[in-house]
Write a protein that binds this ligand. Structure first.
Ligand SMILES: NC(=O)c1ccc[n+]([C@@H]2O[C@H](COP(=O)([O-])OP(=O)(O)OC[C@H]3O[C@@H](n4cnc5c(N)ncnc54)[C@H](OP(=O)(O)O)[C@@H]3O)[C@@H](O)[C@H]2O)c1
Length: 246
């Protein structure tokens, strides 16, 4: 059983891609209840509007932007012109898609490869490129990339199959570690981390997965709210609030 999180996030702006459903929505709800202003980014207008209405009905200050994260120019335009999102304190990249079940490397079409990479990897980069520079300039911010254990070089990762998905998440891990190093591994005010939610009951994970979206979102909420001082470890992969090997 993990400790309940009681931080006060009033005045914090949290941008969450994939916040319209699943793990992203659970994180949005938990962080909104701690007082954060939530900006949901997702592709489907109906999903993002309905998620925002649900948050607002719970007293959460929430807005949404309907956007395909794989479209770099659209991301830049929407975020630089948005009065709240442009001053994000926290960016959570949860938007993602699974690859086709039979997508072994030698059976993956160009189209399938690019579909998954462009959302899972380019989408993460596009959001960081739009929001990260302001965080670096302010010397304050947190970036949390929702990765997957399937993308690890160790444990359950890279065991074959689901090639575009696994490899996109391996690359998200690499992006995380590299960016954290570029930003001084926390010494210049910005924390950059990746996390594995584990197999979760969402549209992606299916109804038989062992975890709820709320359980999966716990490590995200913990990464957003943990103390940041000279000892804080960042540029890492986290699972259940613990560091796991890449
Ligand atoms: N569920 C699991 O078992 C599991 C396990 C390990 C890792 N993960 C990772 O956790 C993250 C969240 O997964 P989930 O299970 O919550 O998935 P989900 O329920 O299928 O939700 C996916 C979210 O991503 C958004 N999205 C997809 N493509 C997008 C795009 N091009 N632009 C903007 N938004 C887009 C969707 O928005 P729309 O409403 O617009 O479609 C939706 O909000 C993913 O990165 C996934 O890889 C999940």
């Amino acid at each position: 059983m993990t400790n309940a999180i009681t931080a006060d996030l009033t005045d914090q702006v949290v941008v969450i891609t994939g916040g319209s459903r699943g793990i992203g929505f659970a994180a949005a709800q938990a962080l909104g209840k701690l007082g954060a202003t939530i900006v949901i980014v997702s592709r489907d207008l109906e999903n993002s509007s309905s998620a925002t209405r649900q948050l607002v009905s719970q007293g959460i200050d929430a807005d949404s932007i309907c956007l395909d994260v794989s479209d770099g120019e659209a991301v830049r335009t929407a975020l630089s012109g948005h009065p709240i999102a442009s001053r994000a304190d926290v960016l959570i990249n949860s938007a993602g898609v699974m690859s086709e079940k039979m997508a072994k490397t030698l059976r993956t079409s160009d189209q399938e490869w690019h579909r998954v990479m462009s959302i899972n990897l380019d989408g993460t980069f596009n959001m960081i490129a739009a929001i990260g520079p302001q965080m670096a300039a302010r010397k304050s911010g947190r970036i949390i990339n929702v990765s997957a254990c399937l993308g690890r070089f160790t444990g359950p990762g890279l065991a074959g199959g689901l090639a575009p998905y696994r490899i996109s998440k391996t690359a998200v891990n690499a992006l995380t570690k590299n960016l954290a190093a570029e930003l001084g591994n926390g010494t210049r005010g910005v924390l950059v981390d990746a996390m594995c939610p584990n197999h979760t009951r969402t549209d992606m994970g299916g109804p038989d997965a062992p975890r709820s979206a709320e359980e999966a979102a716990d490590t995200i909420v913990w990464l957003v709210t943990r103390e940041h001082d000279a000892q804080t470890l960042t540029g890492l992969l986290w699972e259940d609030r613990q560091i796991v090997p890449w």
